[in-house]
Design a protein around this ligand. Structure first.
Ligand code: PGA
Length: 250
């Protein structure tokens, strides 16, 4: 399976920042990066412009509604994202689970809506610092997977493991911690989906940077990354995508 590297811009950026990113990206990437899917998830209002400026990157969204259409003020549905040219959508990011009260059941509905619209859902899971310190991280993540993947089939999603204590903090999980959790996630996926659970890309997220990307991608169970802060600058995101491209996945 190819590696997958996803830029999650969260609520950052502007039209001019996007243009500067695109100019810098063009200057860096005179050759396509083999064996890696590179995805940009800007704030939705910049998606169309991102697609025009960076047609060589796949386009993704940071969230979608669980319904396809209706009286849901402020929401954007998965078919609308597909119509716009998105092929990926992040669901269940911890900032939405915590800040917007999203449950596993809601995340599963959103992921189902994404798959129905032909998008690949990036289903996020991850434990808090308290849960890790209490030693329950594997149970927490298994329960999130069971709840958030209800009704999904292999081929419709990838998983992003993002320990909450590593997001935006500069405290990356060590490659050993990340790889060991990814191994646990792999086993859980095989229990839930049978052998096809082995083919699902498992991304790590949480303070991924150019200087730690190579050692993370060298881990056998880490197939890519969901990148926040370091994806806002084209040079650092490009370096991470290049490290994934060179990680030996095909
Ligand atoms: P970070 O964010 O890379 O800034 O830690 C990752 C994420 O929240 O997706």
């Amino acid at each position: 399976m190819s590696a997958v590297v996803i830029a999650n811009w969260k609520m950052h950026g502007s039209g001019s920042a996007l243009s500067a990113f695109a100019n810098q990206w063009q200057a860096l990437s005179d050759q396509p990066l083999p064996n890696v899917d590179v995805v940009l998830c800007p704030p939705g209002v910049y998606a169309q412009r991102a697609q025009q400026l960076l047609p060589q990157l796949a386009l993704g969204a940071q969230d979608c509604a669980p319904e396809a259409e209706g009286a849901y003020t402020g929401d954007i549905s998965a078919p609308m994202l597909a119509d716009l040219g998105c092929s990926w959508v992040i669901v269940g990011h911890s900032e939405r689970r915590q800040g917007h009260g999203e449950t596993d059941a809601l995340v599963a509905q959103k992921a189902r809506a994404a798959a129905n619209a032909g998008l690949t859902a990036v289903v996020c899971v991850g434990e808090s610092l308290e849960q890790r310190q209490g030693g329950s991280q594997e149970q927490v993540v298994s329960a999130q997977l069971q709840g958030s993947l209800q009704g999904l089939a292999a081929g419709e999603f990838v998983v992003a493991y993002e320990p909450i204590w590593a997001i935006g903090t500069g405290h990356t999980a060590t490659p050993e911690q990340a790889n060991s959790m990814h191994e646990h996630i792999r086993q859980t996926l095989v229990q839930l989906l049978g052998s096809r659970g082995s083919d699902i890309a498992l991304l790590y997220g949480g303070s991924v940077k150019p200087d730690n990307a190579g050692e993370l991608f060298a881990c056998p169970n880490i197939d890519g990354a969901l990148v926040g802060g370091a994806s806002l600058m084209a040079d650092s995101f490009y370096a991470i995508a290049k490290a994934a491209s060179e990680s030996g996945r095909t």
